[in-house]
Write a protein that binds this ligand. Structure first.
Ligand SMILES: Nc1ncnc2c1ncn2[C@@H]1O[C@H](COP(=O)(O)OP(=O)(O)OP(=O)(O)O)[C@@H](O)[C@H]1O
Ligand SMILES: [Mg+2]
Length: 521
């Protein structure tokens, strides 16, 4: 048997001795804690040193023991003379092993040097942040408040150690939540000067707004009245909650803002959150447009037929009168009446095509072929007005739809384009693939769609033209809907582009996708 292996009896004996020593150590600690001893001796190179605990009334000692912060007294050379349970907890070291250890052992070499530097200054009090290294090698950020004291010509340092782990974590969380919020968040000071912005705000307003007055660099307008929306003025009335404002004419924000308070009664500044609701508004408008369209469709389907019947009768009589000798002198007027009835009839036909319930026979259609067929019809008109029609057709997959309806849609869009151009201009009709969708684009160089029309675009009978009926676009939207397509547009004073985006039948097209095309999402 190996000599170093201890027998069971030896182990039991050793265990009893160790327990005995532990009991001794515990009773010494308890004695110190309860004020039952006045002094203790620490072994050292020169035979040990006695530390007297005089004056440390045990009530105070209890207070220190129960504190939620680490508390220790160290000798001038850093030897720990006393530490409370909380400090032991911070450094994950049993309390009984701390007395006699050097406080510097819990510091990294750089922090050690730094603390020596501070101590050399001999200040009575100082506060500093350091990292303590625990027994299991973890770093604990702490705030150290130190006071130098002197008892009987002997110098001691009393340290209060606050664990900053939670505070740092929650500060970091706060910073990250602010930084990474999807909506722009801006902090301004008491006079409204921007002092902090998050990433989303930087992306919209740039970096240069820091230090500037918020209301000056981010001009917001009330949507209803068009007047300025001044945060500083609004905040005087109370916190700003869910106010809808316009920025840069076409970005809509919902504003929330409130003062930030610290311990003092005066505010420190304010936090402004801007939620971009531009897309939401667009959806809302689109929904209400669809609602109106639906209503109009139902009405059209209901009354269209009834109105046509009496008109057919009137037209029939007029035709009959026009062939009678008796009305020969009124023939011209009768013909005008017939023409007007025909016009009314065609309006009803268009109106009827808005009916949502209308079913269309769907066939595979080559969009380029449809365009090829109808262009000669509009080209004559265009040339007469001094305009030009250009085609930029790429190979695209067939789409499923109704040729008559698609023709109608293209004609309406091209006619609108022609009517929007007062000077010589070009209509460009393009087809291409974008994002897996077949796109038909009709681009003009006209005056752009007036803002008031854009707000209610697609509403039946909305027109700015003397002889317009305001049904062209509603019909196009309705055709797009029946084809599972989206009709979108982009407009400014230089012209307008309408995009009819429709799923293709075959996905096996070899054309490369041009992702640089300016299609509104
Ligand atoms: N390409 C465009 N450029 C500028 N404004 C346009 C364009 N397309 C449409 N609009 C505006 O939208 C309005 C509605 O167009 P819509 O086609 O529905 O009716 P319209 O052209 O006025 O009459 P019609 O029923 O004869 O087509 C137009 O009156 C015009 O103000
Ligand atoms: Mg039109």
């Amino acid at each position: 048997m190996n000599e170093t292996v201890k027998s069971q009896e030896e182990l039991i004996q050793e265990n009893i001795e160790l327990r005995h020593r532990l009991d001794e150590a515990n009773s010494i600690i308890n004695a110190i804690r309860n004020g039952e001893v006045d002094a203790f001796l620490l072994p050292g190179d020169n035979g040990g040193k006695v530390y007297v605990l005089e004056g440390a009334d045990h009530i105070y000692r209890l207070l220190v023991e129960e504190m939620q912060e680490g508390c220790l007294t160290v000798a001038q050379d850093g030897t720990i003379l006393f530490s409370n349970e909380n400090f032991a907890e911070i450094v994950k070291t049993p309390q009984q092993y701390l007395a006699g250890q050097s406080f510097f052992e819990f510091l990294s070499s750089s922090d050690r040097e730094y603390l020596h530097g501070i101590l050399d200054l001999n200040q009575d009090h100082f506060k500093t942040e350091l990292s303590l290294i625990t027994q299991n090698g973890l770093n604990v950020p702490v705030l150290i408040s130190a006071s130098l004291c002197q008892i009987d010509n002997e110098s001691f340092i009393c340290l209060l150690v606050t664990d900053l782990t939670e505070l740092k974590r929650s500060n970091r969380l706060n910073t990250l939540a602010f930084e990474q919020a999807n909506s722009p968040q801006i902090v301004s000071d008491q006079i409204g000067r921007v002092i902090k912005v998050n990433q989303a705000a930087k992306e919209i307003f740039g970096n240069k707004i820091i230090g500037e007055i918020f209301d000056r660099v981010i001009p917001l307008y009330k949507e209803t009245t068009g007047s300025r929306f001044l945060i500083q003025k609004e905040l005087k009335k109370g916190p700003v909650s869910c106010q809808e404002v316009v920025f840069n004419k076409n970005i809509y924000f919902m504003v929330n803002a409130g003062y930030i308070y610290g311990e003092q009664p005066n505010n420190l500044g304010c936090l402004i959150t801007l939620v971009d609701i531009t897309e939401n508004r667009r959806y809302k408008q689109e929904l209400s447009r669809l609602d109106r369209l639906n209503l109009v469709g139902e009405m059209a389907a209901g009354i269209g037929h009834e109105v046509r019947n009496p008109m057919t009768v009137v037209r029939g009589y007029l035709q009959m009168f026009s062939s009678k000798e008796l009305f020969a002198s009124h023939k011209e007027s009768i013909n005008i009446m017939i023409e007007e009835i025909d016009r009314a009839n065609s309006i009803i036909t268009e109106f009827l095509s808005l009916a949502k319930t209308k079913k269309i026979p769907k066939k595979e259609i080559d969009l380029n072929e449809v365009i090829g067929k109808i262009i000669p019809l509009v080209e004559v008109d265009a040339l007469r007005q001094g305009h030009e029609i250009k085609l930029e057709l790429q190979e695209v997959p067939n789409i499923l739809g109704d040729e008559k309806e698609l023709r109608q849609c293209i004609l309406n869009l091209v006619r609108n384009g022609l009517e929007a151009m007062s000077n010589k201009g070009t209509i460009t009709i393009k087809t291409y693939l974008f994002d897996g969708q077949v796109v038909l684009e009709v681009q003009d160089q006209g005056c752009g769609i007036p803002v008031e029309v854009q707000k209610s675009i697609g509403t039946p009978f909305l027109t700015t033209k003397d002889k317009g009926t305001g049904l062209g676009l509603p019909v196009c939207f309705s055709i797009a809907e029946r084809h599972g397509a989206v009709l979108d547009y982009k407009t400014d004073s230089g012209g307008t582009s309408f995009y009819f985006k429709c799923p293709g039948v075959s996905q096996q097209l070899t054309l490369p996708l041009d992702t640089s095309l300016p299609i509104p999402s």
